[in-house]
Design a protein around this ligand. Structure first.
Ligand SMILES: [Zn+2]
Ligand SMILES: [Zn+2]
Length: 333
């Protein structure tokens, strides 16, 4: 093929040279130098063709053929060595983790269930094993019955109650808790282990025309913010028994504090009950002996219309009508 192409090219260039020769001859008006010139042209042509062929050949060689992939043999992964048997050293399960082997980490079974202690008014339910805390402390019975503390010591509040002689008439006076003292012992207040005294002085005044003409009735007492029982608002004083603390009586109810029931002691003393000019003063001192830190005592001052003569108790449905509730101590939380 190359040979034929070469031959063709040669003949072509020979003819081309002849023609050129003819033309040059024509231009040179018959001066025949054609022999030398034509030889040069032919040699030049041959070199050109050879060069073209060389380039064509080179181009052919530049086609890339990837070398054949070497044959590979794939060997399977080595068999894992069998693990030596663990004798297992089991750690006991707890509330958060199952039983676990301390050597190999293998687990067995499920975590233990929490063992929740009963909640109380001060504490949320707590797991006796791990100490985790769930939920909230018990809700105060006082709050659960829709009541709320609405008065604080050191401030004077309007106090509405019925008159003594004309119970259909009301008088509007004032009520204030003058102070609250907390102490462990004092003269006349012997120390009692785990207990402390809370002493509060309540002052009630009236000076309006109805009070001057008809007197007044009052209703006051004490309830427990936590263990409030609407059926025992009035009877609490009916079930006091003597105690070894002078002048103090033991209440029939107990105080629940951090899940424990405690007896508590009380004494109330009328300090003053008299008219001074146009103003009548009624001053009562309440003294309690309660577990240290107990903050649930409430002294209330209520419209005497909330007292039921027939049932000899406070009408608990209306307990918060015209009633001031003084919590003797702020919540400790
Ligand atoms: Zn193990
Ligand atoms: Zn637990």
């Amino acid at each position: 093929m190359l040979y034929i192409f070469n031959l063709f090219c040669s003949n072509f260039f020979i003819d081309f040279c002849d023609q050129l020769h003819y033309n040059i001859s024509y231009v040179n008006l018959g001066r025949r130098k054609e022999t030398t010139d034509c030889m040069k042209t032919r040699i030049l042509s041959l070199v050109l063709v050879a060069l073209l062929l060389f380039i064509a050949g080179c181009s052919d060689n530049e086609v890339y053929e990837p070398p054949p992939e070497p044959a590979r043999t794939v060997s399977p992964p080595p068999e894992p060595e069998p693990e030596p048997e663990c004798d297992h050293f089991w750690k006991r399960p707890d509330c958060h983790n199952p039983s676990i082997c301390l050597d190999c980490g293998e687990t067995q079974g499920l975590p233990l269930e929490h063992v929740l202690a009963d909640a109380n008014y001060q504490q949320s339910p707590e797991c006796v094993n791990c100490g985790d805390i769930y939920g909230e402390p018990l809700e105060s019975n006082f709050v659960r019955h829709g009541l709320r503390v609405n008065a604080t010591a050191g401030r004077s509040y309007d106090y509405i109650t019925i008159t003594n002689l004309e119970p259909e008439l009301t008088t509007i006076g004032t009520a204030a808790l003058l102070y609250v003292d907390v102490f462990n012992t004092d003269e006349g207040y012997p120390a009692k282990a785990g207990y402390e005294y809370i002493v509060a002085r309540l002052m009630i005044t009236f000076d309006d025309e109805n009070a001057r003409n008809h007197g007044f009735q009052y209703l006051t007492g004490q309830v427990d913010y936590y263990g409030f029982d609407p059926d025992e608002i009035a009877v609490i004083y009916e079930y006091l028994r003597d105690s070894d603390i002078p002048d103090f009586k033991i209440a029939s109810r107990k105080l629940n504090f951090f899940g424990e029931d405690y007896e508590y002691y009380m004494k109330h003393t009328q300090i003053q009950n008299e008219w001074v000019g146009d103003v009548t003063y009624l001053v009562i001192e309440y003294a309690f002996l309660v577990p240290v830190g107990f903050d649930g005592l409430i002294v209330y001052v209520s419209n005497a219309a909330n007292w039921s003569e027939a049932s000899n108790r406070v009408l608990s449905d209306n307990f918060d009508n015209d009633t001031l509730f003084f919590r003797l101590r702020s919540p400790t939380s």
